[in-house]
Design a protein around this ligand. Sequence first.
Ligand SMILES: Cc1cc2nc3c(=O)[nH]c(=O)nc-3n(C[C@H](O)[C@H](O)[C@H](O)COP(=O)(O)OP(=O)(O)OC[C@H]3O[C@@H](n4cnc5c(N)ncnc54)[C@H](O)[C@@H]3O)c2cc1C
Length: 356
Amino acid sequence: MTRSVGVIGAGAIGLGTAWHLAQQGHDVSVSDPRLNQSVDRERSANELSGTSASLGVLMGHVFRRSSGRGWRLRLRSMELWPQWIETLQAHQPDLELHPGLLQIAKDERTAERMESIAAQRVDLGLQMVANTDLVAVWPTAKHGGLHSRHDGRVDPILLQLALRQALAKQSVELNAAQVIRLERDHKHWRLHRANGDSSIHDVVVLCTALSSDVLLEPLGHARPMTPVLGQALLLQLTTGPTSWRNWPAVLVDQGFNLIPTAPGRLLLGATVEAGDRASDEPLALMRNLNKRAPDWLRLATVIEQWNGLRARPVNRPAPLLEQLEPGLIVATGHYRNGVLLTPGTAEWVATAIEQS
Ligand SMILES: Cc1cc2nc3c(=O)[nH]c(=O)nc-3n(C[C@H](O)[C@H](O)[C@H](O)COP(=O)(O)OP(=O)(O)OC[C@H]3O[C@@H](n4cnc5c(N)ncnc54)[C@H](O)[C@@H]3O)c2cc1C
């Protein structure tokens, strides 16, 4: 049945959910004051949305658990990504799924855990790699690494551009305004915007990350979020590798992602800092990979630097996927994996609407 759906928030989660629902034939609108801004990183570093700040790493199959909602959501998202990318390329031909993710084992215990995961997930494309096979890429590896063939990366800026263009083609209404209040109106929801407008919908979907509680708490559904800041760098190499030929799309060492983007260029991120203020110390630790960075990485020049906030639900597991009342759905609090989990989240919302 076709429903009128008001999506609030136009990061990866809101845009992806709106696109999926519109494809299913729902009458969708999206509200977000950021819709009248570009999605690039040109603005002041602390004004980026979570999605624009993110690195777009898809760490699906290397997840440490093999059961539960988090694992199922990752598996499903990884299944859906190739089809999403293929369809969205019609709007943004440069959007690609860059495959290949290599996690370096930091010690013998980690290597054993990785070996056990690799043995269980051969069919998903996981494989343990020995130090000898890492010499051309990461010669400092002492305990090998776990390679995932299908995990990897999408560019979050191109992804948002593609989704915005796809929504415009689907005639989805895009309102560049903040939603300030939600009100139940018999069997519907009225959505009040800061510009004085309001609209009425069968279903509202909150994809509002850190700001979710502002709308939910007055309705008696407190869902507080805590900010966790992340810093990232775009580096220009002055020495070291001249080609990334042997590299995967993403190399992860001690939790830091190294992402080649062009010859001699590399993204490095992201720190995990409690609160919403960027500090120098975690940035310095990341910059030299806890004193284990190769010389060429330490000598690279910083050409871009930014930070952004992740929304972590307080006392609840990330993400929050709930129908709180008939027609009131939250798809938020994705913390460190919102880009990865976008397709699975969109599908979850569509199913929740079907079943309501
Ligand atoms: C530095 C950094 C690196 C990251 N790297 C990765 C990564 O590699 N892989 C990965 O999967 N994830 C990564 N993440 C996490 C990822 O960015 C988030 O989980 C994801 O972006 C969440 O998407 P979102 O759409 O929920 O939130 P956002 O992108 O923050 O979007 C929320 C939107 O809601 C809007 N909004 C809020 N309140 C209202 C309101 N009242 N009315 C209207 N609009 C409203 C905001 O304006 C905003 O545009 C990273 C995060 C950071 C900070």
